[in-house]
Design a protein around this ligand. Structure first.
Ligand code: ZN
Length: 147
């Protein structure tokens, strides 16, 4: 696989989204969805802006990607998200039957793996730890400033 289409390349794009969230004083989590090496959705956490606890980066990316594809199932798609999805987002990803999920930093407190790994679709491939230092550094900086 060429460097251009590596997991690191796409995770960098998700990190750019996370930085946009950070600049808006939102919890800095970003996500993108890639379909056949093309980015079809970009999003970041907007729970403060929208006053909506469901406005996580992943939820918005799922909705946007389905709209682009003109179908609800995200077949041949990969979600890149800077932090491990929560149970809500993991369940939504399960409904979408997305092919692959790649996340950066592990979330020991709110990540779905603490609760149930069965919420994702059984065929979905999961890969964690891609550029996790960058993702967790941004989260740590955000929460340190808020204290
Ligand atoms: Zn979530």
């Amino acid at each position: 696989m060429s460097e251009l289409f590596s997991d690191e390349y796409f995770m960098k794009q998700a990190l750019i989204e996370a930085q946009t969230a950070y600049a808006k004083r939102e919890v800095p989590i970003g996500a993108i969805i890639v379909c056949r090496n093309r980015i079809i959705a970009r999003s970041h956490n907007l729970t403060e802006t929208l006053n909506d606890v469901t406005a996580h980066a992943e939820m918005q990316a799922i909705t946007a990607a389905a709209s682009v594809l003109g179908g609800k199932y995200l077949i041949d798609c990969t979600l890149y998200v800077t932090v491990e999805p929560c149970p809500m987002c993991a369940s939504a990803l399960g409904w979408s039957q997305i092919t692959k999920v790649v996340y950066g930093a592990r979330d020991e407190k709110r990540g779905y793996q603490k609760f149930s790994t069965g919420v994702l679709h059984p065929k979905t491939i999961v890969k964690g730890g891609i550029m996790e230092d960058e993702a967790s550094e941004l989260m740590k900086r955000f929460f340190k400033e808020r204290r």
